[in-house]
Design a protein around this ligand. Structure first.
Ligand code: KG4
Ligand code: ZN
Length: 342
C-alpha cells in the first residue's frame, strides 16, 4: 500500500509518500518545511502566522511528492489533532479535497500516534534488517505539548498510564532555554550547550520521583532553575555558567523521564519500549534510555533521528496501520480536533 501523508499541526509543513515492505514503512519522499525562522522573531509559534505559511507551502510541496491525478496513491493520511486549530485545518481541508476528487480513502491520524509510529520506519542504514516493536509496548511520548506514558497492547489500542500535571518536557526545555537567552526552540540549543557543562554543578530537583505512579511534573524544576539564576544574574554572561545550568537541568529531566519509564516498565512488563516526540532527538535521553532498557533486558526502540521531530513520514506510518484496519473517514465531514489525545 502506498500512502500520501500530510502534517500541519504546528510549525512544520510536511508531506510524505511511503509504502510498506512486510509491515516496515519505507519512505519514498519526506518533505519538511520548518517555519522556525518566522516564529523565532516572536519567541514562539503564532497560530495564525503558522496557518498562513502552511497555506502557502502545502500545495507546491504536494506537487513535488505526487502526480497531479494522484496515480499510484492508495490512501491519504492526515494529522487531525492535537495541535493548533488554524494550522491543523489547512492539512485537513487539503487532504479532504484530494481524497474526494481522487476517490481515495482518507485516514485521520493522531499526531501523538504518529510520533510513536516513527519507530516502524525502516532507516536506510539498517538495509532491511530492521525489526519492529513487539506488543505489549510501553511508549514514552515527549513532545512540546505532551509528556505521557502509554501502554499499547495492539495497533490502535492505547492506554494512558500517566502524564504531566503541568509543563510538558519539551516545554520545560523551551522555557529554561529562554531563561538562558537561547533561541527558540530551546531543546536542541540546551542539548548542544549541555555538552560543554557539568551535569552535577547544580542539584536541581527530580520531580515526582517520590511518587509511585507514572505522573510527571516539570514546572517545579523550571522554577528551581529560575531561582538559581536570580541569585546573581551577572553570571548569565559567563558561557561556562550557562553550560553548567543547561547540563544540570538536562540531567534532572532525563533522569526523571528514564526512571519513571523503567519503573512503569517494571509494573506492566512490556515486550518493547519505544521513545516518541520531539524530545526523542535529545542525545542524552536516547543514550540513557538505551542503557536502562538493556539493563532490564527489554528491547528499546528509538525513532530514526530525522523522523524524531515533526514530519509526515510518521503520519504515513501510523496511517498505514490504521488503513490495514479499515479506519477510514468520510472526506466530506472530517474536522480537526485540536485537543485530541491519544
Ligand atoms: O514533537 P515536536 O517536534 O512538536 C510537538 O509535537 O510539540 O516537539 C517539539 C519539542 C520542542 O519543545 C523542542 O524544544 C523539543 O521538542 N526538542 C528537544 C530537542 N529537539 C527538539 N528537546 C530536547 N533535546 C533536543 N535535542
Ligand atoms: Zn510533534
Amino acid at each position: 500500500m502506498r500512502i500520501l501523508a500530510i502534517e500541519t499541526s504546528c510549525d512544520e509543513t510536511a508531506v510524505a509518500v511511503a509504502h510498506d515492505i512486510d509491515d516496515v514503512i519505507q519512505i519514498e519522499t519526506s518533505l519538511v518545511r520548518s517555519q522556525i525562522d518566522i516564529h523565532t522573531v516572536y519567541g514562539g509559534v503564532v497560530p495564525e502566522v503558522g496557518a498562513r505559511q502552511h497555506l502557502e507551502m502545502i500545495m507546491p510541496m504536494i506537487a513535488r511528492a505526487v502526480r497531479p491525478d494522484g496515480a499510484g496513491i492508495d490512501a491519504i493520511a492526515v494529522t487531525a489533532g492535537p495541535g493548533l486549530a488554524p494550522a491543523l485545518r489547512v492539512g485537513v481541508e487539503v487532504a479532504k479535497t484530494l481524497a474526494w476528487t481522487w476517490g481515495k480513502p482518507l485516514v485521520p491520524v493522531c499526531h501523538l500516534e504518529g510520533h510513536i509510529y516513527a519507530n516502524w520506519i525502516g532507516d536506510e542504514k539498517t538495509l532491511g534488517t530492521v525489526t519492529i516493536p513487539a506488543f505489549p509496548i510501553l511508549a514514552l511520548i515527549v513532545s512540546g505539548g505532551h509528556t505521557e506514558l502509554v501502554l499499547m497492547r495492539d495497533h490502535g489500542q492505547f492506554e494512558r498510564l500517566g502524564e504531566t500535571l503541568d509543563d510538558a518536557a519539551g516545554e520545560a526545555f523551551d522555557k529554561v532555554a529562554r531563561m538562558l537567552g537561547l533561541p527558540y526552540p530551546g531543546g536542541p540549543a540546551i542539548d548542544a550547550l549541555a555538552l560543554k557543562g557539568n551535569p552535577h554543578a547544580f542539584a536541581f530537583p527530580r520531580p515526582m520521583l517520590n511518587r509511585d505512579d507514572a505522573m510527571f511534573s516539570f514546572s517545579g524544576l523550571k522554577t528551581a532553575v529560575l531561582y538559581e539564576l536570580r541569585k546573581d544574574d551577572t553570571r548569565l554572561t559567563d558561557e561556562g555558567f550557562r553550560a553548567d545550568i543547561a547540563a544540570s537541568f538536562q540531567e534532572a529531566i532525563v533522569e526523571t523521564l528514564v526512571e519513571k519509564t523503567m519503573r512503569t516498565a517494571g509494573k506492566c512488563a512490556p515486550k518493547s519500549i519505544v521513545l516518541a516526540g520531539g524530545v526523542a532527538a535529545n542525545a542524552l535521553l536516547r543514550n540513557r534510555l538505551t542503557v536502562a532498557a538493556e539493563h532490564r533486558g527489554i528491547p528499546m526502540f528509538l525513532p530514526p533521528f530525522r523522523y524524531s521531530l515533526d514530519n509526515a513520514a510518521m503520519i504515513a506510518a501510523a496511517g498505514y496501520y490504521r488503513a490495514q484496519h479499515g479506519d477510514f473517514t468520510d472526506p466530506l465531514t472530517l474536522v480537526a480536533h485540536p485537543n485530541q489525545d491519544i
